[in-house]
Design a protein around this ligand. Structure first.
Ligand code: PGA
Length: 243
């Protein structure tokens, strides 16, 4: 399978800015056939991504979803609404949503199931909250992952993309985890989900410098980029590392 290189814009970029972003990104990544790519704009700009990316090699999706298909949930967005906008990926359980919205593993599992039921690919984020020894981090993440995955039907588990994102490595002022830690964690995740064989991608301060050594690890199936990818030229450079 090709490496999967994606980004979430988080709460950045208006729909106008997303259009400009794609105008720059599109031609740079069109020749990069060695990887699969996606972008996750805010809800308000998904329509613009659809307009600009249709027919291109870059997929688009959303950063969250409600687990129910419709109903009295003011301000929420459902899986059928995302399907209607051509979304194929939906991020679930990012640490910023766990932190800001108190999302539990159980709530996150309901979302993963909603995404799968509507034929899209969930990107399930997991990661230890603080820096610790790799063996302890692997225990934490295994428990966190199983707490969600045991609520997903066995035959669907391989369709979930797992994003390993150590919380301490995310955001301004942080540095990416070292490649050896990432490799051990990804191997542990593959071990925990033995039989399902999902793609496991790494996120947390990935940039054009840290991308290559991390992507070079045997159990790393892709990269999930945050702030470095807000520059389309840098995002294209990161995608260009995949071979
Ligand atoms: P960052 O975000 O690259 O800005 O650290 C990563 C993420 O949250 O996925």
């Amino acid at each position: 399978m090709k490496p999967l290189i994606g980004t979430s814009f988080k709460m950045n970029l208006t729909s106008t800015e997303v259009r400009r972003y794609i105008e720059v990104l599109g031609p740079l990544v069109e020749p990069l056939t060695a990887c699969d790519m996606f972008i996750l704009p805010p809800f308000t700009a998904i329509w613009a991504a659809r307009e600009c990316l249709r027919g291109s090699r870059v997929a688009w999706g959303a950063q969250d979803v409600h687990h129910e298909a419709h109903g009295a949930h003011t301000g929420d967005v459902s899986a059928p609404m995302l399907v209607d906008l051509g979304c194929t990926f939906v991020e679930v359980g990012h640490s910023e949503r766990r932190r800001d919205h108190g999302e539990s593993d159980e709530a996150i599992a309901l979302k993963v199931n909603a995404v799968l039921e509507h034929g899209m690919t969930p990107i399930l984020c997991v990661g230890e909250p603080t820096r610790r020894r790799t063996t302890e981090a692997a225990d934490y993440v295994s428990r966190q992952l199983l707490s969600t995955m045991h609520r997903i039907p066995v035959q669907m588990r391989g369709q979930v993309v797992i994003a390993y994102e150590p919380v301490w490595a995310i955001g301004v002022g942080s540095a990416a985890a070292d490649p050896q830690h990432v490799e051990t964690m990804h191997a542990a995740i593959h071990g925990v989900l033995d039989g399902a064989n999902p793609r496991v991608i790494y996120g947390g301060s990935v940039d054009a410098t840290t991308a290559a050594p991390i992507l070079g690890q045997a159990h790393v199936d892709g990269l999930f980029v945050g702030r470095a990818a807000l520059d389309p030229v840098e995002f294209a450079a990161i995608a260009g590392i995949a071979r």
